[in-house]
Design a protein around this ligand. Sequence first.
Ligand code: DQA
Length: 145
Amino acid sequence: MSKKIFVINGPNLNLLGEREPGIYGTLTLKEINEGLKRSFPDIEFTFFQSNHEGSLVDSIQQALQLNADGIILNAAAYTHTSIALRDAVASVKIPTIEVHLSNVYAREEFRHHSQIASVCRGVISGFGPKSYTLAVHAFLAELNG
Ligand code: DQA
């Protein structure tokens, strides 16, 4: 049976392509998502983006209804602030990988702490759009035992 991965993106990631391209690259979120579908045709992806914390909490809970095997979460700025997202990830008990396009540890100090990482399976940060691809590979490595 095909694996289901829910890819959730947080605030300002809808602006990828035009937002600080020196840091985040020139691909749009749509192009990143299309690239994932092309690279992993056997995986059933669901994509969601929101600028609103509560909607992101709702989407993490929705992963249960979707029967998702894994969540890839780029919570963007909420990574560093949101206890609500952390609690949502802990509540659903679906393996979640935190991803970032940029290497948050090579940036401002306020980006060095993640509220969410400790309840995630792991963190991938700094590989641009490939951070998402690497997260899928990580899931496949685990799901296929
Ligand atoms: C980000 C890093 C965050 O610190 C920042 O607030 C973002 C994007 C990344 O993908 O590199 O919006 O999550």
